[in-house]
Design a protein around this ligand. Structure first.
Ligand SMILES: C[S@@+](CC[C@H](N)C(=O)[O-])C[C@H]1O[C@@H](n2cnc3c(N)ncnc32)[C@H](O)[C@@H]1O
Length: 214
C-alpha cells in the first residue's frame, strides 16, 4: 500500500473507479502477476484528462514498460497526433508490441527501442507533451533532454515524485526504496526550482509532477 493517502481515502477513491475495458484490465493483471511497474490507474486517468485538455500533436513517453500508459494516452489523442515511447528492456518491448497490436490505436504509437540516454539526444522532433517514467535515479539526467525536447507551452508529467511516501521523510526508508528516494528528493528540488517551468507536485497515485515550459 502506498503511503500517500490514508487507506480509507484510497478505498473511497477506488470505489468510484469506472470499469476499465478488457485490454486495460488484462494489462493491469499482467503487470501485477509479472511484477512490472506500471502507472496507477488514478494517475493514468489523470493523464488521459491532461491529454484531452492540452490536445498535444506529439507526445513522448520515456519508459514504456508494457505500453499501459502509452495505449491510454494514444486512445485520447486527437486525429493525426502521435505518441513516441522509448523502452530498453527486450522483454517489455516484446510484451508492449503484443498489447499495442491489440489496442486499436497502433497507428498512433511509435515504439522506439533503446536506451533513452542514447535515443533522446538523437530525437529531432519537439514535443508538446512528455511523460517521464523511467528509473528514478536517472530523472535528473533525463530531465536535461526533456528541457530541450519540450516545446514552449508544452507539458511535462513525471511519475513517482512522492515515491511511496518516502520522498517526504528523512529517516526509516527501507533499503529497497532508499536509492530512489534520495534521487527523487534531489530531483524534486531541481524540478520545483526550474526558472523556465511552472511546476507542481500532486498527491495522485505515487505523486505526479506537472511542469509547463514557459
Ligand atoms: C515504471 S516503468 C514504466 C511504466 C509505464 N510508463 C506505464 O505507465 O505503464 C519504467 C520503464 O522504464 C524502462 N527504462 C528504464 N530506464 C530506461 C532507459 N534509460 N531508457 C529506456 N527505458 C528505460 C524500464 O525498462 C521500465 O520498463
Amino acid at each position: 500500500m502506498r503511503k500517500i493517502l490514508y487507506p480509507v481515502q484510497e478505498k473511497y477513491i477506488q470505489s468510484f473507479r469506472k470499469k476499465p475495458d478488457n485490454l486495460i484490465k488484462e494489462m493491469e493483471k499482467y503487470a501485477k502477476v509479472n511484477n512490472v511497474p506500471i502507472l496507477s490507474w488514478q494517475s493514468a486517468e489523470f493523464i488521459e484528462q491532461l491529454i484531452l485538455i492540452t490536445k498535444p500533436n506529439r507526445a513522448l513517453e520515456i519508459g514504456t514498460a508494457i505500453a499501459y500508459t502509452t495505449i491510454r494516452i494514444a486512445r485520447n489523442l486527437k486525429n493525426n497526433a502521435v505518441i513516441h515511447t522509448i523502452e530498453l528492456s527486450e522483454d517489455n518491448i516484446k510484451t508492449a508490441k503484443g498489447f499495442i497490436k491489440r489496442s486499436g490505436v497502433k497507428e498512433k504509437i511509435k515504439l522506439i527501442e533503446g536506451d533513452a540516454f542514447k535515443v533522446m539526444p538523437a530525437l529531432k522532433t519537439n514535443y508538446d507533451f512528455i511523460f517521464l517514467d523511467a528509473d528514478k535515479t536517472d530523472y535528473k539526467r533525463l530531465f536535461k533532454y526533456v528541457m530541450i525536447l519540450l516545446k514552449k507551452g508544452g507539458l511535462i508529467v513525471i511519475d513517482n515524485l512522492l515515491w511511496q511516501g518516502y520522498a517526504a521523510v528523512a529517516t526509516k526508508i527501507p533499503s529497497k526504496y532508499k536509492a530512489s528516494a534520495l534521487s527523487i528528493k534531489e530531483f524534486n528540488k531541481l524540478f520545483i526550482q526550474q526558472p523556465n517551468f511552472k511546476t507542481t507536485i500532486l498527491p495522485i497515485g505515487d505523486g505526479i509532477g506537472l511542469g509547463i515550459k514557459k
